[in-house]
Ligand binder design. Structure first.
Ligand SMILES: *Cc1c(COP(=O)(O)O)cnc(C)c1O
Length: 379
């Protein structure tokens, strides 16, 4: 039911409110935590394996290997696909820095490419242009919709590139009906609390159909060991925490319903902001089911508009203000402003509006009203 409580129409609206999700799983999580505490099986245990099976099934993959966070998931997936020292890995210039960190930590070299102006997703033509100098591509399923994977897979096949998907923002999304991990050799995803499927702390996973990749990821995440005290390869400590697995199992059961709530909220913004001069609404790319991790509009005078929204108690944000090739972390890549014009222009215009399961119509009406006023004043 729509709430028309005046505190909601005038009060603050956070960018994300995780309390709604927390409350909806509270009973199940309490039972699960009690079960783990009773057995003191704090590492591993049945909930980790059960979650891995359930997430693999939900994404249509043979394997899911839980790890400590999304960045590790991407690094391990790249390593398990044989990507390492000297290998170029193409990735979109406008992603979260973790995509590039994973490439660097695998020992490889990030090769940023530009994105399409309409959806801000990796541009297959830009990939084609660098295909001769890379061994792999890391498409990012940004803001809740998948990169144009059919075209990317085609470029990759023609040039013999490994495809590892960054699916941190896309749990539940599909392209031509195929979810994350179904287009590449593997996908890495993040269960950071604010993601569509979020834990109560850090967590991540790799999904794949390949037995060898799954086995190598499991080795890397557990000190290079399959048999206790045998370490054939150098690994890391990056296991999926048992208590987080309990949370993720409870939330996975509700993911489709929560993604539907996000889609309904996105639709409501589209109606509320339809025709507002200066506000460019996000589009859904062909073949995509979008799960609206973020609702990203583009506006003129973005920083002034953002300041007005924040001053009115609306937790709008920017994902991300600096494209990865212009961050200090990627300075060794030698890129300069102007190298990826679409990503760079977008970085100055994008504005993420509050969206999450449980956001009310009244809250969205308030966001739309404040945004409309701010753009009229500042634009
Ligand atoms: C969140 C995120 C990651 C990293 O996940 P962590 O769990 O925070 O390590 C990687 N890529 C993208 C696109 C993300 O949004």
């Amino acid at each position: 039911m729509t709430t028309l409580d005046s505190s909601l129409t005038t009060g603050p609206v956070p960018l994300v409110d995780l309390g709604v999700q927390r409350d909806r799983v509270a009973g199940e999580v309490a039972e699960g935590f009690a079960r783990v505490l009773a057995t003191t099986a704090f590492i591993g245990g049945p909930d980790v394996g059960a979650f891995e099976e359930e997430f693999a099934a939900a994404t249509g993959r043979v394997h899911c290997v839980g790890v400590g966070n999304g960045t590790d998931a991407l690094e391990f997936a790249l390593r398990a696909c044989g990507i390492g020292a000297g290998d170029g890995v193409a990735l979109p210039a406008n992603t979260f820095v973790a995509s590039a960190e994973a490439v660097l930590r695998a020992g490889a070299r990030p090769v940023p490419v530009d994105v399409d102006d309409e959806h801000l997703l990796l541009d297959p033509a830009a990939l084609e242009a660098v295909a001769g100098e890379v061994r792999a591509v890391l498409p990012v399923h940004l803001f809740g919709q998948m990169a144009p994977m059919a075209e990317i897979a085609d470029v990759a096949a023609r040039h013999g590139l490994v495809v590892v998907e960054d699916a941190a923002q896309a749990q539940g999304a599909t392209h031509r009906g195929v979810p994350m991990g179904g287009w590449g050799s593997a996908a890495g995803t993040s269960f950071y609390p604010g993601k569509n499927l979020g834990a109560f702390g850090d967590a991540g996973a790799v999904t794949t159909d390949d037995d060898g990749i799954a086995r190598t990821v499991r080795l890397l995440a557990n000190h290079g060991s399959e048999v206790k005290y045998q370490h054939p390869v150098l690994g890391f400590n990056s296991r999926l925490d048992t208590l987080q697995a309990v949370v993720l199992r409870a939330k996975l059961r509700r993911l489709a319903e929560w993604n539907a709530e996000r889609a309904a909220a996105a639709q409501r913004y589209a109606v509320l902001l339809d025709g507002v001069p200066g506000v460019r609404l996000p589009g859904v790319a062909p073949g995509n089911e979008h799960v609206w991790h973020l609702y990203v509009v583009r506006v003129p005078a973005r920083d002034a508009v953002l300041a007005d929204l924040n001053a009115a108690g609306i937790g709008a944000g920017v994902h991300y203000p600096v494209p990865v090739h212009l961050t200090g972390a990627l300075a060794p890549g030698g890129h300069a402003a102007g190298d990826f014009p679409v990503a760079e222009r977008a970085a100055g215009e994008i504005l993420s509006l509050p969206i999450y399961p449980g956001i009310t119509a009244a809250q969205q009406e308030r966001v739309a009203a404040v945004l409309t006023g701010a753009v009229a004043r500042r634009g």
